[in-house]
Design a binder for this molecule. Sequence first.
Ligand code: NAG
Ligand code: NAG
Ligand code: NAG
Ligand code: NAG
Ligand code: NAG
Ligand code: NAG
Length: 374
Amino acid sequence: MIVILILLIQIKLIFTKDPAYIRDYFHLISTTEKPLPLRKYYGMHHSSIDFYPGTMNVILSVPHDGDLRSNLPSRPKGACRKLNSSNRKCYYQNPCLSPQFQMDIKHCKISRGRDVNTRLLALALRYEFKALFHFTPYVIINRLERIKVDMNRFIDQGTFYRKDNMHAWMRYHFYLRHARELIVKNKNNYGGKGLLLDLHSHDHHERWVELGYLLPSRQLSRKGYNLKHSSFASYLTSLFEPIDLVSGNKSLGYFITKYNYSATPSPIFPSPPEQSYYEWGYIIEEYGRYGNFSAIMIESPARNMMNLTKLYKYAKSLAFALHEYLIAIEVFEVLATSENLEQSQITKQCNLSRQISAQRNLFLLLFFSVMSFI
Ligand SMILES: *[C@@H]1O[C@H](CO)[C@@H](O)[C@H](O)[C@H]1NC(C)=O
Ligand SMILES: *[C@@H]1O[C@H](CO)[C@@H](O)[C@H](O)[C@H]1NC(C)=O
Ligand SMILES: *[C@@H]1O[C@H](CO)[C@@H](O)[C@H](O)[C@H]1NC(C)=O
Ligand SMILES: *[C@@H]1O[C@H](CO)[C@@H](O)[C@H](O)[C@H]1NC(C)=O
Ligand SMILES: *[C@@H]1O[C@H](CO)[C@@H](O)[C@H](O)[C@H]1NC(C)=O
Ligand SMILES: *[C@@H]1O[C@H](CO)[C@@H](O)[C@H](O)[C@H]1NC(C)=O
């Protein structure tokens, strides 16, 4: 009886696991390069930021996938609001400084959830970009938990004015700004053009990739696009029609759809459902529309992120989509032709480890069966 049970558990483990080559892929992309050795802070053994320097004019930012324990104080579940007042303003104090104020979790809620695996998505994109463009984007990853610091909010809401948390917030933005300066100052290589992609995930039930440009969903559903307040650099609006850039043939949504994922705004879904769409983020507001530099928030459906097999396919498709998009909107010039694009080297290594892993599973199965007889 026990033998059968253990056998069943083993078989289930083997079949519900992601294939070994997928796990090896993510192992490879997270270990093949080391981030710059930045100094360590906040009682941790690891730096609070993983900074991977780039060789092209694209920055990938990952503010919400931190999981490292630190000695920083936590942010509360809600900010303070004046009691019995029609004033809707939230005050980021912990605890509230006046007895007339109280924590209001309903109207001043503080989001503290994690966008799991957006870090792996960024590293996979970096790896795939290397194969597609022969260049690598900057990757800047926050490792602190969001309950401590939120890099995608203004500093008051992101830190509640705690000294060390403010320091951590500034460090993240120092590196983003630094990378952007390196790009826009490098006029010889990129003409000062560049793009920041801020990577997030969401669990809206449509499961579309949501693209944020600071355009409210009401404006998207009217299709009367005014890109003056968007996160697109102004040179883009002189090259392309607003409708093409946002939901037409020159939109990121168009290219993501081409590689088999639903996205909004896109030609098929030009506007999102009003109740659930993230059009705004502090990071795209702060870093976009700066000279010839743009920013886009990519909110991926959590379903594509939680399972490594799905994440692998999604990351590859997103890399292809971004590759064509960056060329179509003339952020990046084609240097590589399709002939000299190499197969990414992963295939060979995967084959090898797939065999080893299959043997290991078989061995474990035998081991447990023998153990249960004794
Ligand atoms: C992930 O999804 C694939 C199917 O797309 C499935 O075969 C695999 O077992 C899933 N992995 C886990 C860990 O659930
Ligand atoms: C606020 O309103 C509640 C009833 O809605 C009342 O019990 C309370 O005393 C009021 N507090 C203040 C400070 O006015
Ligand atoms: C996209 O391009 C195709 C083919 O060039 C064209 O038929 C279609 O009208 C274009 N769509 C938009 C929205 O521009
Ligand atoms: C997209 O889906 C179609 C039909 O299912 C398939 O033929 C095509 O190969 C897919 N493309 C990619 C890039 O996965
Ligand atoms: C932006 O690009 C245009 C042409 O692409 C160039 O003329 C202009 O000087 C650039 N602006 C900045 C601020 O770099
Ligand atoms: C990987 O293995 C498959 C068979 O499982 C084989 O057809 C293929 O050529 C191998 N690829 C490499 C790069 O060794």
